[in-house]
Write a new protein. Structure first.
Length: 200
């Protein structure tokens, strides 16, 4: 059964490549400067050790830049529970939301695992995404609203829930514009075909 992992972002501190590289660099630079200005103890030895450390760091940084981008960085959070779309309900984690209690569903699914993004100058983190910048917002008839982030492994995974999404659209639970984006129907021909499919 196709399902999407619910992503829970945490405030826990994570050692990313950027944080590791810049922390070591500034620490070594700080020790060299303190020794030159204040301690002045065996300057050549201190400068040699920490200068060498900076040189090694530069090599490691280059290695990461070339070979360390093949995989996304670690998740800054955890996957907890799943989202499953059914004909008459949506299951999220341990909750079941019946369609007859839902007013509107909005889905954003433009991020997926391995999606490549541009890297800014001085950024050594992976250019590949973990696929967790997606969300679903459910508005209930009671006006209550719930939003969940989820992980998308492949860009076209929502095609596996095409029939369920069509039902939601026919019932007015999700807009035609949103379902087009979710299913990747972008051209006029694709949208017209989708309209014909919905009218059956």
């Amino acid at each position: 059964m196709q399902k999407f992992g619910v992503f829970i972002k945490t405030d826990k501190f994570y050692w990313t490549k950027n944080r590791t590289i810049y922390s070591i660099f500034f620490f070594c630079l700080f020790i060299i400067l303190v020794n030159q200005k204040i301690l002045k103890i065996e300057i050549d030895l201190i400068n040699g050790i920490f200068g060498g450390s900076i040189a090694i760091l530069a090599f490691v940084t280059l290695f990461w830049s070339i070979f360390g981008m093949a995989n996304p960085d670690s998740l800054k959070g955890k996957i907890e529970g799943f989202i499953i779309f059914k004909n008459d309900a949506i299951e999220i984690k341990n909750e079941t939301y019946e369609l007859n209690l839902i007013k509107n569903i909005e889905i954003y699914n433009e991020d997926y695992y391995g999606k490549k993004s541009l890297r800014n100058t001085g950024d050594f983190n992976s250019t590949l995404s973990n696929g967790v910048k997606n969300h679903i917002t459910i508005t209930f008839l009671s006006a209550e609203q719930k939003t969940y982030n989820f992980q998308l492994l492949n860009s076209n995974d929502f095609q596996n829930f095409r029939s369920e999404l069509m039902i939601y659209c026919k019932l007015g639970k999700i807009t035609f514009e949103n379902i087009c984006k979710v299913l990747g129907e972008e051209t006029k021909k694709e949208k017209d075909e989708l309209k014909n499919e919905l009218s059956k």
